[in-house]
Design a protein around this ligand. Structure first.
Ligand SMILES: Cc1cc2nc3c(=O)[nH]c(=O)nc-3n(C[C@H](O)[C@H](O)[C@H](O)COP(=O)(O)OP(=O)(O)OC[C@H]3O[C@@H](n4cnc5c(N)ncnc54)[C@H](O)[C@@H]3O)c2cc1C
Length: 312
């Protein structure tokens, strides 16, 4: 295995152009776990954590920029995030454990691999079970399907960032200079086999958030709330995460933990929790592949949305 630690983006692009069979590592909290299970086998690691251009949180006029390698601990402790984007701080603090949050980065969270109780297993387990579709076998263990993988999108930051109308910036490694700017949900394909729309060689450089209206002297500051369901209150991955934003234009809901990509409803005018849950489920292909069973998660989706409405 080889390991390189570039100091600039230009150096990184030169490295990846020379050897596209490399993989980026930031905090390593997702990648190294997958390596230890034999799910990630790329031999050349390019460490992004020493690139100062990718780090830090900065205010820039009417936007806030979060560098890709900002850690979850830094995000949650940042005073501007705490005061103006408190749901994002809450989401970051809900992730994993303090020691993992000290290493895990914001971009790594948005790009961490989808999960499934039949995929996140050792080689030994996979061999005994016959392997899953995402590991190259012919059928999905969870559904018996030979076509679709329903591994679950688990990022807790993504639903909140979607409700905040965040944009991600991506450096296309082949042209080296072209930066594209897209809404967060653009990152996700909905295909559990290949859940991300950027290539493994492109670099997510930063996340850009509009400043809340109130800090710019306008009224109608969106109120964003965050809920997460999982067996234990720390370390466990989500079984259902919902962020909700209410403005005069309606309700925006984004959810993870219910399908291969975040489910998003923008500016809907109904406040019927059952109808909103049904609309989210319509986009999400929920199956039995996390700790809690599907009927319970469906029921909790409705009840969580209902409780978020009442709390507002
Ligand atoms: C025990 C445990 C519990 C967890 N619980 C939760 C949870 O409750 N909620 C939740 O949301 N997450 C959870 N996570 C996932 C955690 O958030 C991610 O592991 C972490 O955010 C990944 O960040 P990282 O910097 O360590 O990424 P890495 O492991 O370094 O990388 C992850 C992936 O992203 C790619 N990558 C990283 N940075 C970039 C970049 N800038 N550009 C392009 N590609 C990049 C890497 O190539 C790799 O494929 C948990 C993880 C663990 C180990």
């Amino acid at each position: 295995m080889s390991y390189t630690s570039p100091k600039t983006l230009a150096e990184t692009v030169a490295l990846i152009q020379r050897d596209e069979n490399s993989v980026y590592i930031a905090g390593g909290t997702d990648l190294m776990v997958r390596r230890s299970l034999g799910l990630e086998t790329t031999q050349h690691l390019i460490d992004l954590s020493g690139i100062s251009e990718l780090r830090g949180i900065t205010l820039d006029g009417d936007t806030l920029s979060i560098g890709a390698t900002t850690t979850l601990a830094e995000l949650a402790a940042n005073p501007t995030i705490q005061s103006d984007y408190s749901a994002l701080a809450e989401a970051a603090l809900s992730i994993a454990s303090p020691s993992i949050r000290n290493s895990a980065t914001v971009a790594g969270n948005l790009l961490c691999e989808n999960r499934c109780i039949y995929y996140d297993q050792s080689d030994f387990w996979q061999t005994a079970a016959g392997g899953c579709l995402k590991c190259g076998a012919e059928v999905c263990i969870a559904t018996g399907s030979a076509k679709h993988c329903y591994s679950v999108f688990i990022s807790d930051l993504a639903p909140v960032l979607i409700c905040l109308d965040a944009q991600i910036e991506v450096l296309d490694h082949s042209s080296a200079t072209a930066l594209i700017s897209k809404p967060v949900e653009w990152l996700y394909t909905g295909d559990g086999l290949a859940p991300h729309s950027i290539s493994k060689q492109d670099i997510l450089t930063r996340i850009v958030l509009p400043r809340p209206a109130s800090t710019l002297g306008h009224a109608d500051n969106p109120n964003i709330s965050f809920r997460k369901l999982r067996p234990r209150a720390s370390v466990d991955f989500t079984n259902l995460t919902i962020a909700m934003r209410r403005t005069k234009d309606g309700i925006t809901l984004a959810a993870s933990g219910i399908g291969p990509a975040p489910a998003v409803l923008r500016n809907t005018t109904t406040d019927d929790a059952s109808a909103l849950a049904a609309a989210l489920l319509k986009q999400s292909q929920m199956i039995d592949n996390v700790s809690y069973r599907r009927p319970y998660r469906k029921e909790m989706l409705i009840e969580t949305i209902r409780s978020m409405m009442v709390d507002e």
